[in-house]
Design a protein around this ligand. Structure first.
Ligand SMILES: O=C(O)c1ccc[n+]([C@@H]2O[C@H](COP(=O)([O-])O)[C@@H](O)[C@H]2O)c1
Ligand SMILES: Cc1cc2nc[nH]c2cc1C
Length: 353
């Protein structure tokens, strides 16, 4: 708990001064005022995060956090639990969607075993940090202990901080892998929003109507049995979260602590980001939401965070795929701020404003 307090105490708001300076430059560039829309917002936020008019986000790293979920036994996913470990194998072989899209984005991928049920062989190129062999079934009691939730938060934060300080990564992305993890993510957004579970539950990996009804009932039961306290994000994470969700939340806190930009992926990664921002609201200054997931409850998460997703491609995959795609947009926005000349620099007549 002391280490978690220490982490949160190190998080400061980004620089509103640099943000102002960035807006001044953006408004004096040789184009109609505001014409690059949301790219300008992203650029001004990067300036505020890095404290410069020349932000750099060239060196990029995506953490794909993997974990299993006891609630899978309620029949809430279209796929069996063993797929989590099998996909971890695919990630390290370079065969999966995240490998292809991260390569396209020029980002590295680091796979983290936060709590996969299967044994992950020591020689696999993953970060071996298993907190447990899958969480407990949230329909029957808490997913994990409070100590395990803290362990997961510190794990995610530590990985990002170390990669920033020791390897020079400048932009981070989050992603997840975990069969059944849309169920705890739904429980998290239901707790924070207070909306009916049926309005927040989606089809995850593609479940049929019967599994959908089981999933709604499972989330309702998890909330009834555990009574997570919406005012205490650590309680929510402990009772209805997941090991990879703890890692994903921690990654956002770690990025904020070192003043690095971090972009979260879809439904599960945003659930983690929501936990982080409930624990420490100023962490939001460092967070970007990569895309609007098709998973129905994601819109409510986005609303609660008050941030605008960068892309909307009707994706619902996870792994960090949305983060990878959005990284190129974030990098483009850094170039917009740095490289487009101002009216004064270019000698263009400025009568627009
Ligand atoms: O990130 C998303 O928006 C997203 C939406 C639906 C499904 N997923 C992925 O699908 C898995 C969870 O789906 P499910 O049906 O097993 O709960 C997990 O591995 C996620 O990465 C991810
Ligand atoms: C095959 C497969 C790949 C995934 N990647 C993220 N979630 C996934 C779920 C499944 C089932």
């Amino acid at each position: 708990m002391q280490n978690l307090k220490n982490l949160m105490n190190r998080i400061e708001p980004c620089s509103k001064e640099w943000q102002e300076k960035a807006w001044e430059r953006l408004h004096s560039q040789i184009r109609p005022r505001g014409s690059l829309g949301h790219l300008e917002v992203i650029a001004s936020r990067l300036a505020a995060i890095q404290g410069t008019l020349t932000p750099s986000v060239k060196k990029k790293l995506i953490f794909t956090m993997a974990g299993d979920h006891g609630v899978a036994e309620e029949g809430v996913s279209a796929y069996p639990q063993e797929v989590t470990g099998q996909m971890v194998f695919s990630f390290i072989q370079g065969w999966a969607s995240i490998n292809i899209l991260a390569k396209h984005a020029g980002a590295d991928v680091r796979v983290v075993d936060c709590g996969v049920a299967a044994d992950i062989p020591e020689e696999w190129q993953v970060v071996h940090k298993k907190i447990g062999k899958g969480t407990a079934n949230i329909c029957k009691g808490p997913a994990m202990s409070r100590e395990q939730a803290i362990q997961g938060l510190l794990l995610g934060a530590g990985l990002v901080e170390k990669a920033f300080l020791e390897e020079g990564y400048e932009l981070f992305g989050t992603g997840d892998m975990g069969i059944a993890n849309t169920t705890p993510s739904t429980a998290i957004v239901a707790t924070f929003s207070g909306k009916p579970v049926s309005q927040l539950t989606g089809r995850g990996t593609g479940i049929d109507d019967e599994a959908f009804n089981r999933k709604v009932r499972a989330v309702e039961k998890a909330l009834k049995v555990n009574q997570p306290d919406s005012e205490d994000a650590l309680d929510v994470l402990t009772k209805v979260g997941g090991f990879e969700i703890a890692g994903l939340a921690g990654a956002v806190l770690g990025a904020a602590a070192v003043k690095a930009p971090i972009v979260c992926d879809g439904f599960i990664a945003t659930a983690g980001a929501l936990i982080a921002c409930r624990l420490m609201p100023v962490a939001k200054d460092y967070l970007f939401i990569s895309h609007q997931s098709l998973e129905i409850g994601h819109a409510t998460m986005v609303e609660l965070l008050g941030l605008r997703p960068i892309l909307d491609l009707e994706m619902r995959l996870g792994e960090g795929t949305g983060s990878a795609l959005a990284m190129n947009i974030i990098e483009a926005s850094a170039k917009v701020l740095k490289e487009i000349k101002t009216f004064a620099e270019a000698g263009v007549t400025d009568t627009g404003h």
